[in-house]
Design a protein around this ligand. Structure first.
Ligand SMILES: Cc1cc2nc3c(=O)[nH]c(=O)nc-3n(C[C@H](O)[C@H](O)[C@H](O)COP(=O)(O)O)c2cc1C
Length: 183
């Protein structure tokens, strides 16, 4: 199984990127092949439908999404929505790259929960014809600390992340098996 993780914060030490690293480690422990795209390290030009040439960083993003059987998208909650950095990256994608693939949405918020950004993210996934995973992950105020093992310090949060990742992996396995059976 191949999973691509996309970190949508442009902030050094971002909580949403840290939780994505924790998810990467959970996936690695299951021998799942992971590609990590950190948009802070892979800056993309502002999307324009008029652009003629494909920027190499855009090519790398598209390839990482194309080879994936499932995606995990992480965003900071900005003004009740997703970050501009992540939205810009998603504007480069099209249904052909995402259709039928499970997507796990993750947010980090300054308030108690980042539900607005998660709802917006799931709406974008729906419009890219992706399949929203049954659970999502919101890291709100009071849950931004991580242990030396890279996982959330809070036991409850750790359990919620493991549960959401487990359901996402399960869904990806089922859909991938279904696609292979149909070929
Ligand atoms: C421009 C901006 C807008 C924000 N808007 C919200 C918001 O609407 N709701 C909220 O709970 N937190 C908001 N925050 C706080 C961030 O969600 C919080 O700092 C979060 O940890 C950022 O994610 P990151 O650590 O992954 O970069 C905002 C922060 C910034 C810089």
């Amino acid at each position: 199984m191949k999973i691509t993780l996309i970190a949508g914060s442009n902030r050094e030490g971002a909580t949403s990127t840290s939780i994505l690293r924790s998810i990467e480690s959970l996936l690695n422990a299951q021998n799942i092949s992971v590609t990590f795209v950190d948009l802070r390290e892979l800056p993309l030009p502002l999307y324009s439908p008029d652009a003629q040439a494909i920027h190499p960083n855009v090519q790398r993003l598209a390839e990482a999404v194309a080879v994936a059987e499932g995606l995990v998208l992480a965003t900071p909650e900005y003004h009740g929505s997703i970050s501009g950095v992540l939205k810009n990256a998603l504007d480069y994608l099209h249904g052909g790259l995402v259709a039928g693939k499970p997507v796990l949405s993750v947010s980090a918020a300054g308030g108690p929960m980042g539900v607005s950004s998660l709802l917006h993210l799931q709406s974008i996934v729906r419009n890219l014809h992706g399949v929203n995973s049954p659970e999502w992950i919101s890291i709100g105020a009071g849950f931004h600390s991580f242990g030396s093992d890279g996982h959330p310090s809070d036991e409850g949060m750790r359990g919620r992340v493991e549960s959401a990742v487990g359901k996402f992996v399960d869904l990806t396995r089922k859909l991938t098996a279904g696609v292979e059976a149909a070929i």
